[in-house]
Design a protein around this ligand. Structure first.
Ligand SMILES: [Zn+2]
Ligand SMILES: [Zn+2]
Length: 378
């Protein structure tokens, strides 16, 4: 047989004890051997654990039945034995009970004592409002006006919510806790206090401007500075421009996700500004110098090398998007393309045919470029 003490003996109750009697017995022992009352007392800790284990089994109808039938073996097999390796586990598992024992008997009194002087400040909500800018604005950086609708601190009462010279009064129902504790069986449940709507305090003489709400909803126009180099989907944060807090709590923040409209000429590739440049076939073949415009309107002269293929990337360093963190800029990348005319005048057509003929003698491989011209122009 087990050397463990009988659970009924541990709690000092009869085998026929009611659930209430078991509860009372455990409550008494827990009060007596609670580690808070017996600091450093190993013997008290052992007794406390023993009582807790006994209570855990005998308070549960199924476990109790198995214990009655099979003794310790019946409940050990259930895995309940040794579940609480340390004291912290016990307090976590039975926190409701211990709260009930030590101070919970008068509802949320212990909580109310945390803010006896006044209501707890509450931070306002964060808000989010998208903004749309052009790719050029993203390249250069810009300042944008943004109209937002949010709660501001009531100017009349400076956010107190009260008529001048009055103060919030502590809620009589919850004594300032903002929540009330209800006992159901052996456990405590906390829920927001209804009369004060969870705020713990009530405003007896409300400010006429905000009717005690401490804040008013208003439109505000903000100037948002958008740094150069900002990327699609970046989210700017404007501190304190969300909703104002209540009971003098801080305001929330305004988040501004940035959308960048696609541009017809330029696009972005990481930090690079990219554009396509259509050149004529002779320009590609013979090479040339050409002036092109950057997205900010500045002019760049680039050199197209002789025999330049379509799709070649010509790079101008440090003329791309500014890097938000760290120094420097990306590159301005110009991708070559061939401008193939759909209409040719007769002179040009004849010249092209003559060219094709000349080139035909040097045709490479399978039909080559001469074959191409014969098929489509011949
Ligand atoms: Zn209340
Ligand atoms: Zn007011």
């Amino acid at each position: 047989m087990s050397t463990k003490r009988d659970f009924y003996d541990v709690l000092a109750v009869a085998k026929t004890a009611s659930v209430d009697e078991i509860k009372k017995a455990y409550r008494k022992l827990a009060m007596q051997y609670h580690p808070d009352k017996n600091p450093g007392n190993k013997d008290a800790e052992v007794k406390f654990r023993e009582a807790t284990e006994a209570y855990e089994v005998l308070s549960d109808a199924t476990k109790r039945q198995q214990y009655d039938q099979f003794g310790h073996a019946g409940v050990n097999n259930n895995g309940s034995h040794g579940r609480h390796e340390n004291m912290d586990d016990i307090f976590e598992n039975f926190s409701d009970i211990f709260e009930n024992f030590f101070g919970g008997q008068q509802g949320g009194r212990s909580k109310a004592q945390r803010n006896p002087s006044g209501p707890a400040p509450q931070r306002g909500h964060d808000l989010s409002q998208r903004i749309e800018i052009s790719l050029k604005e993203a390249y250069l950086g810009c300042s944008k006006e943004l109209k937002i609708y949010h709660f501001e601190v009531c100017g009349s009462c400076k956010g107190s919510g009260c008529k001048e010279g009055t103060k919030p009064t502590m809620c009589a129902s919850c004594h300032g806790a903002g929540s009330t504790v209800h006992q159901q069986g052996f456990f405590n449940f906390s829920q927001p206090c209804a009369p004060c709507r969870g705020q713990g305090f009530k405003i007896a003489s409300p400010c006429s401007e905000c009717r005690g709400q401490m804040r008013v909803q208003k439109y505000e126009t903000l100037s948002i500075n958008i740094p150069m180099g900002i990327f699609q989907g970046a989210e700017l944060r404007v501190t304190g421009k969300g909703d104002a807090g209540i009971f003098k709590g801080p305001a929330g923040d305004l988040f501004v996700p940035v959308d960048i409209k696609p541009d017809k000429v330029f696009h972005r590739r990481e930090h690079d500004l990219v554009t396509t440049l259509a050149l004529t076939y002779p320009q590609l073949v013979l090479g040339c110098q050409i002036e092109i415009e950057n997205i900010d309107g500045t002019k760049e002269t680039i050199k197209i090398p002789k025999g330049c293929p379509v799709g070649k990337e010509i790079v101008i360093e440090n003329k791309g998007f500014a890097k938000l963190r760290g120094a420097g800029r990306g590159r301005f990348v110009i991708i070559t393309d061939c401008d193939v005319p759909t209409k040719l005048n007769e002179d040009a057509r004849m010249a092209l045919l003559a060219f094709a003929e000349k080139l035909g003698n040097k045709s490479q491989g399978n039909g080559g470029i001469a074959g191409f011209f014969k098929k489509f122009l011949g």
